[in-house]
Design a protein around this ligand. Sequence first.
Ligand SMILES: *Cc1c(COP(=O)(O)O)cnc(C)c1O
Length: 242
Amino acid sequence: MTTSTTDVPGATIAQRLEGVRARIRAACERVGRDASTVTLVGVSKTFPIEVISGGLAAGLTDFGENRAQEFVPKARAAVEAGLAPRWHFIGHLQRNKVADVVPHIDVLHSLDSLRLIEAVSSARCPSGLGGGADAPNPLPCYLEVNVAGESQKLGVRPADVGALLAAAAAAPGIEVRGLMTVAPFVEDPEAARTTFRDLREIAAAHGLDGLSMGMTNDFEVAIEEGATVVRVGRAIFGDRLA
Ligand SMILES: *Cc1c(COP(=O)(O)O)cnc(C)c1O
């Protein structure tokens, strides 16, 4: 019996990862989707760089982090170790951390205000022009939506999605791929289904098909409801260290 998930990071992560991939395939089969349409992001927050190398060795390519103070040193350590994960920033991003975080990330899942859109745009595209031979590729982003309307949760109200998408479309250096949400935490994953369905409908109403939704507790339901990106931590890496 395994009591620790980090004794042998590579081996243990590989087994857990295969289990998660099998569950993703089964969820896709239930609704007639191709499993290649679902990107798995392994949420590595709280775990050290050894877990990133273990995940990469097991075939995981995409990693998610939610805190700038933890992420930036980890991203630098990865570069120094010669590792090249694709980094997804999935937590609330304060504007004063944008300049530190944006150069290291491949995808931002948590656009949630006009001011953040402006800050990310100017960090990605300092000239403000967005064109020209030297302009970097736009950063793929998701707008975080507070679908369930919980007052303590981050994300924009569904009614504000249109205005923020318009602002993001006009901001050089940003390319909105879709919407992201965190469902209310409940034991029964079925309870998250309406949240995921609502996010899909809001996205469709705005012509978007990227849906970043689903975590350890509810990723299969999210896939059944159309998730194109699932963000899974504990099911791959075990219980968090802090
Ligand atoms: C921590 C986190 C996850 C992963 O949660 P698990 O329950 O470990 O799968 C996914 N999304 C966000 C935004 C998170 O902060």
